[in-house]
Design a protein around this ligand. Sequence first.
Ligand code: CP
Ligand code: NVA
Length: 308
Amino acid sequence: MRGRHIISAFDLSSDEIWRLLEITSIMKSKYYSGERVLNILKGKTLGLVFQKHSTRTRVSLELAMKQLGGDAIYMNWNELQLGRGESVSDTARVLSRYLDGLALRVYSHELLYEMASASSIPIINALSNEEHPLQAYSDFYTIYEKKKRISGLKIVFIGDGRDNVLNSLIAVSSMLGATLYIATPPDYYPSKKILERAYRLAEVTGASIEVLDDPVRAAKDADVIYTDVWVSMGQEGERDKRIKDLEPYRVTGKLMSLAKKDAIFMHCLPARRGEEVEDQVIDGPQSVVWDQAENRLHLQKALLSMIL
Ligand code: CP
Ligand code: NVA
């Protein structure tokens, strides 16, 4: 995997994702046994170029590099010459001379491919309008950690069917043979492009992905209930319509009670409490959101050690 770009969650094969989850588990146990700093990436530097806000991704990527013995440099898009018109490809060429890898959080997913084609270092998608692969890989680690398996679990996403995190969850589900239900209004059904790719992979892995508009039927007997915000970064102008359209898809205590007794609640965070999820759910005993956020660190250490 050395030198690989991670732009879409589809960029790793099933075997590579399983290996990534195994190494994540090693990283996590080393961390807890007191080996907080490893010398795996000594002398290496990851750049972070962010166009959007971030708490978890930024902090966990910077820390991941430091805990691997390397370094990280955070750059706000607008403070770079990029922000006043230097081209993406010229920036990629220059940053490739300084850095060993570059993680970007951007609006345009296509920009990541443009960056990758001009750069000689791995490009990592730290969230774009279309995908959030680091989140999805890490979330499957969390599911595996909590449930000890992936196959046979009923994993349910409730909310915006075109959400960037969901797109990456669809990709990983299709590769790991998961059973994923997506409850979303018909106008928010996931893009055909992503679904078709996932269905092709599912034929090989045994995954099953079903999109439906009924949150109640989806939640019934679920092992995992997952949601994300209804208004993602960059969609603020559509706020009123989205809130109205997605209102029936809120994860409430009542909806959670339809799932299995030992079902877990997941959210990539940040959450808009009272919108997509009620306080009693996110703060309740079934919520694993804080472990989920922590695991971003362990997973990214595993991934960075593999690609850098
Ligand atoms: N889940 C996630 O990516 O969080 P941040 O936006 O805080 O990085
Ligand atoms: N869908 C959300 C995820 C944030 C981590 C957004 O893009 O704003």
